[in-house]
Design a binder for this molecule. Structure first.
Ligand SMILES: Nc1ncnc2c1ncn2[C@@H]1O[C@H](COP(=O)(O)OP(=O)(O)OP(=O)(O)O)[C@@H](O)[C@H]1O
Length: 266
């Protein structure tokens, strides 16, 4: 999906991609998630290069850039779903080697088989499998975690419905509820606002705010520049390489956006 860039007059101008970037200091011990000098490639294609990102729970981080900029790839790399060609990703001081229960990943809508026969409750219960195992017995603690997740996402009334019978916004909430049941601290969301109407988007925005205030870290690719400063605390502008990272309102300047969108990534 294309970003809405029409409201930003600076974006029409061609801009050179910078040969250096403004970015947070990496190598720091104060942040819970630290991505340092990350490079990811798919065969010959370099999807990400020189990515540095340091942030902590309580923040909502937007990944912003043109199609092919590497947003999905960065989300997958942090989730441990694509291999790194170089660099490191550390969570609470320890390198992330494989998918961890701390990380919950929400793929782009079209990557999910929504016709899969499962109820909302069944989907949310899957969040407990890392603890119980697929065929494990649910304890009271597991049941309580599922109820808490359904309540947090306002899904108790829909718990017995099939996910294919839900609206797009309700489906997003069901997936987020699964992450909450998993007790994941890092929510990695690929374009969670895409396809939602205003009301569902507002509700999701509130939910992400609540989850961040509860002490989770939300990282999401996002296409709507107009809402980015409202919905997110921090932003990483990227076009294969990072253009800027910092507080969303400081980073989303016309100059930075021109650098990010002025030249389409390969
Ligand atoms: N499985 C793959 N095999 C080969 N190349 C890939 C693969 N996935 C992504 N790429 C390439 O890696 C680059 C980054 O893709 P990515 O999907 O991360 O971008 P994006 O910013 O999420 O784009 P969009 O906004 O279109 O979703 C692109 O050049 C893309 O073509």
């Amino acid at each position: 999906m294309s970003p809405r860039i029409t409201d930003h007059p600076a974006l029409g101008t061609a801009a050179q991609r910078p040969d250096h970037h403004t970015c947070c200091e990496h190598h720091d011990h104060h942040h819970e998630l630290v991505v340092s000098d990350l490079r990811v490639r798919y065969r010959q294609v370099i999807a990400l290069e020189n990515i540095d990102l340091a942030t902590s729970c309580g923040n909502r981080v937007a990944l912003i850039g043109p199609n092919g900029a590497g947003k999905s790839t960065l989300i997958k790399a942090i989730a441990g779903l694509v291999p790194r060609a170089a660099g490191s990703i550390a969570w609470r001081g320890t390198s992330i080697r494989r998918w961890s229960r701390e990380f919950a990943y929400l793929p782009q809508r079209e990557e999910v088989d929504w016709s899969f026969p499962i109820t909302v409750r069944g989907l949310v219960e899957m969040g407990r499998y890392p603890q119980t195992g697929m065929w494990g017995r649910f304890t009271e603690k597991d049941d309580a975690a599922v109820e808490h997740a359904l309540a947090t996402l306002d899904l108790l009334d829909l718990a017995e419905r099939q996910i294919r019978e839900l609206s797009g916004g309700q489906q997003q909430r069901a997936f987020l509820a699964r992450s909450i049941a998993q007790e994941a601290h890092v929510l990695l969301l690929d374009e969670p606002f895409t396809g939602l109407d205003r009301r569902a988007a507002a509700q999701l925005g509130e939910t992400l705010g609540k989850l961040a205030r509860e002490g989770r870290l939300v990282i999401a690719s996002h296409h709507d520049l107009n809402s980015a400063t409202v919905l997110f605390d921090e932003a990483l502008l990227l076009a294969t390489r990072p253009i800027a990272f910092g507080p969303a309102a400081e980073v989303l300047t016309p100059e930075n956006l021109a650098l990010t969108f002025g030249e389409t990534s390969r």
